[in-house]
Ligand binder design. Structure first.
Ligand code: AHR
Length: 496
């Protein structure tokens, strides 16, 4: 049994709601056949699936990153606005993109969801000028050809896109337009300079990673222009082999879940930038996407058909839900420096929403976002437990066994009302754990909200909704009150 102590007066920080952000890319069925499906019976006047929009509204998506991802590094935004759309042969994913879904369609989608747009620019084959022209198109009232083009396309008012990222993973050799460390700093500096000349109010990020050399050069050259540093996290590497890690292996991945953030924080602090530049984990998911043979596949069945395996819903189990909750807990613990995180992606592939002709499936991870967005507070407070139970977890892919905390707990309160909300994750596959509410947990009534399934391998699918949020009234608060957390469960405890 673990005793939980809370100091509600010691505030760790106020979390930015953008840590619950999402990402959507022109990959497989995320856009075309996903959220944008004009022939669907669920489509609205703009071809957007209303069932998907409603699901995104329910988890109050705060920000949506688009159009990529690898896709963006060979994308030219001008081909996808206006009356004459130029189909693109997308060299990132080796498919034709009709470009019928472009900037204006994306902005309309964000307006319908009620979220901030967050545009990632092409720093692969693109140029500083093309990036800043995009900022002109979106943000200038009417000066210059691009604002006038937007107006001619029917959008009198600027799209007012506040968040922009320069590039996507240009450090990777496989990325179109990959850059060296010195090339990257220079390109970001010039691109940022031009974009900020168009609209000095935009907030800028740039592609980075947990690497000191890359980041030092980037920050030295362009740090003065940056508000964010973009880092990506995937733990189960499934790009080539869709061999999804089992529950225990996924739990072993939580051993160092904060390490990349700790290292980027350390560098920002060393460079005296930690107050100016925040971390945007603007692509993250337990599961890497499956897209084998993208470089050398000759036949579509080698490199295209296998992408359908991302759509197998039984792959997204309580392992995904528990891991997702541990990652969001990490963001809350680090809310002073992690200001944005974008689940990759939101629709289809490894997303939390799956679309099919007759409706949608809300996968296990969707309910974790629902729990954190709608049931957790906005201010993280100090909490501790003298004896956190530990557990073994074997990484079946590496053979390594690790000892990790079995419980992952973060305590929050609301800035606008009384009470507290405790995120309590039990990572054990078969053991339940009990926590007792000690000093600092005072309240009147206690409620328990749980996301779980019968087993660690439970999942949701068409006609199968096993995993939902379940509520239990636990009655009047008493000091030392004990709460049992079921195995492989994600819980939020309300003390009101
Ligand atoms: O596997 C999908 C890719 O993951 C995204 O397009 C890219 O940004 C990341 O490497």
């Amino acid at each position: 049994m673990m005793k939980l102590y809370v100091n509600p007066k010691r505030e760790i920080g106020k979390r930015n709601p953008m840590i619950y952000g999402q990402f959507i890319e022109h990959f497989h069925r995320q856009i075309y056949g996903g959220v944008y499906d004009p022939n669907s019976p669920f489509a609205d006047e703009d071809g957007l699936r209303t069932d998907v929009l409603e699901a995104m509204q329910k988890i109050r998506v705060p920000i949506l990153r688009w159009p990529g991802g690898c896709f963006v590094s060979a994308y030219h935004w001008k081909d996808a606005v206006g009356k004459e759309r130029k189909p693109l042969f997308d060299k990132a994913w080796r498919v034709e993109d009709p470009n019928t879904f472009g900037t204006d369609e994306y902005i309309k989608m964000c307006q319908k969801i009620g979220c901030e747009p967050y545009i990632c620019t092409n720093a692969g084959s693109g140029t500083a000028e093309e990036m800043s022209d995009w900022t002109e198109y979106c943000n200038l009232e009417n000066e210059g050809q691009y604002a006038k083009w937007r107006i001619a396309n029917g959008f009198e008012k600027p799209h007012a896109v506040k968040y922009w990222s320069i590039g996507n993973e240009n450090y990777l050799g496989g990325e179109i337009g990959a850059k060296t460390i010195s090339e990257w700093g220079r390109l970001v500096e010039e691109s940022a300079k031009m974009m900020k000349r168009v609209d000095p109010t935009i907030e800028l990020s740039a592609a980075a990673l947990d690497d000191v050399e890359w980041n030092i050069n980037l920050l030295k050259r362009a740090g003065r222009f940056l508000d964010w540093i973009s880092v990506h996290f995937y733990w189960d590497p499934l790009w080539q082999d869709n061999d999804c890690a089992d529950y225990e292996t996924c739990m072993s991945f939580t051993e160092n879940i904060s390490k990349p953030v700790d290292r980027v924080r350390g560098l920002l602090t060393a460079m005296n930038l930690e107050k100016k530049i925040k971390i945007a984990a603007d692509e993250w998911n337990l599961r890497g996407w499956h897209h084998p043979n993208v470089d050398q596949g000759l036949l579509k069945e080698d490199y295209l058909a296998p992408r359908d395996k991302n759509d197998i819903n039984s792959q997204y189990t309580m392992a995904d839900a528990v891991f997702t909750a541990c990652f969001l807990n990490m963001c809350l613990r680090n809310c002073d420096i992690v200001g944005m995180a974008n689940f990759a992606p939101v629709v289809n592939t490894r997303g939390c929403i799956f679309t099919h002709p007759d409706g949608i499936v809300l996968r296990s991870t969707y309910h974790v976002f629902d729990l954190f967005v709608n049931y957790m507070g906005d201010v993280v407070v100090d909490s501790w437990g003298p004896e956190v139970p530990r557990m073994n977890a074997v990484n079946k892919k590496s053979g390594n066994s690790v000892v990790i905390d079995a419980l992952d707990i973060v305590v929050t309160k609301w800035s606008d009302r009384e009470g507290m909300a405790i995120s309590a994750v039990n990572k054990e596959m078969s053991a339940e754990h009990t926590i007792s509410l000690e000093d600092g947990c005072e309240g009147k009534v206690v409620e328990l909200y749980t996301v779980n399934g019968k087993t660690a391998d439970s999942y949701n699918d068409i006609g199968r909704e096993e995993i939902v949020i379940k509520k239990q009234e636990l009655g009047t608060y008493e000091k030392g009150m004990r709460i049992t957390l079921s195995p492989h469960s994600v819980n939020v405890i309300h003390i009101l």
